[in-house]
Design a protein around this ligand. Structure first.
Ligand SMILES: [Zn+2]
Length: 395
């Protein structure tokens, strides 16, 4: 389908795949399709869900660099439905190939890198982006460079980036600084930048919306964790495109959840603002959303306001409690940031903001991403002698 890149600030359009931000004003770009229902070649029949099922709404022309991403499970969660008095589904994005939702964006982003002839890709990351990018770069046979905030990335994610062959560089600084630096490095070295400032990556992530509609129809609300804020923007865009194509009637309320220690979008929402004030030293157990200056903040706030959604903040204790609830009561193993969505749901239902709605909570990353956090909150296993009586004594 025909598209151009459009600036969300000055509304200028560009027929170029080679820019990340607006050459006129520096604003964020998004892919604007000239939507034509006749060019849609999929139907919402609930079968064969995957990112590339929806290829006619993705802005690439070559064969995709794919590892069979998407098609993640959508669980109707009874225990959490009872607690929240809503009809709750969990879309477990931790079941993607690298264990996080980032794969949806990376399959499109790395495909675009190949399409425009780039030989290397780069990103700053709190972890999941780097793991995913390294994996897709390996598949594509191109180089991957990763900047991580030193000591602030969950072990499983660093392990993935290293084993998939990325050049991993820990910088003595936080994620926001890493992102500023990688943008400079990309400009000077000609690497293709695959952070969520990249408008093509977000196109892959919008397929979460398509899969929800495909499997369930349109829910009343979608609740998800918000870090760099690309995902909430992307999913909202996916729903809006379906509405403009006449494939659905309504767009669900988009509800973003942030950790109390990394909450710039929540703060802006409470004040009714469309721009954030950065949080200087973001801190939370949910490392994947430990971001003080989300790149896509404006897009995220637009998604929240336009969909009549909201932003909510949760404490680290609430996040860990929700993580345990998902794992121990529903059999869904997620990393802390993922559990923020369910923590937000429970908080909003307790406050009377939600009651009886059909809700999809997105869980963004797999439990195995952050094993060290698990040992911290669950404790180490009990160790006993190799003896039946010793075992029985601790049962
Ligand atoms: Zn502009």
């Amino acid at each position: 389908m025909e598209y151009l890149l459009r600036c969300i600030d000055c509304n200028s359009g560009f027929e170029s795949d080679y820019i990340y931000t607006c050459p006129r004003c520096g604003g964020l770009l998004e892919v604007h399709f000239f939507l034509n229902p006749d060019e849609i070649d999929f139907s919402f029949d609930g079968s064969n869900l995957s990112v590339w099922k929806y290829r006619s709404l993705l802005p690439v022309t070559i064969d995709p660099v794919s590892l069979n991403e998407g098609g993640t499970p959508l669980y109707n969660v009874k225990h959490i439905s009872d607690i929240s008095k809503c009809d709750v589904y969990v879309k477990h994005e931790g079941m993607n190939p690298s264990g996080s939702f980032k794969d949806r964006g990376m399959t499109v982003g790395v495909t675009k890198a190949i399409e425009i002839g780039r030989k290397a890709v780069a990103c700053a990351s709190t972890g999941n982006t780097s793991a995913s990018m390294a994996m897709y770069a390996a598949k594509a046979g191109i180089k991957a460079y990763v900047l991580l905030p030193a000591g602030k990335v969950a072990l499983g994610k660093v392990a993935q980036a290293l084993m998939h062959g990325a050049k991993v560089i820990s910088i003595r600084g936080n994620f926001d600084e890493a992102l500023t630096l990688v943008r400079q490095v990309c400009e000077e070295k000609g690497f293709y930048l695959l952070n969520s400032v990249n408008p093509f990556r977000l196109e892959g992530q919008k397929t979460i919306a398509f899969e929800i509609v495909d499997a369930l129809g349109v829910p009343d609300a979608v609740i998800l964790p918000v870090g760099n804020a690309g995902n909430i923007s992307a999913i909202y865009k996916g729903f809006v495109e379906l509405r403009e194509l006449g494939l659905i009637d309504d767009v669900p309320r988009m509800i973003g959840v942030q950790a109390e220690g990394a909450n710039p979008i929540f703060r802006a929402f409470v004040k009714g603002r469309r721009e954030i004030e950065p949080v200087e030293n973001p801190e939370t157990v949910a490392t994947a959303i430990r971001i003080g200056q989300p790149v896509n903040a404006k897009k995220a706030l637009r998604a929240i306001y336009e969909s009549e959604g909201m932003a909510v903040e949760v404490s680290d204790d609430e996040i860990v409690e929700a993580q345990k609830l998902l794992a121990a009561k529903e059999g869904i193993g997620v990393e802390p940031a993922s559990a923020a969505s369910v923590a937000g749901l429970i908080k909003l239902s307790r406050e009377g903001e939600l009651r009886g709605e059909r809700i999809v909570c997105i869980t963004t990353g797999h439990l195995l991403k952050d094993p060290e956090e698990v040992i911290k909150v669950c404790g180490k296993p009990v160790e006993v002698d190799a003896d039946v009586e010793a075992i029985k004594a601790v049962l």
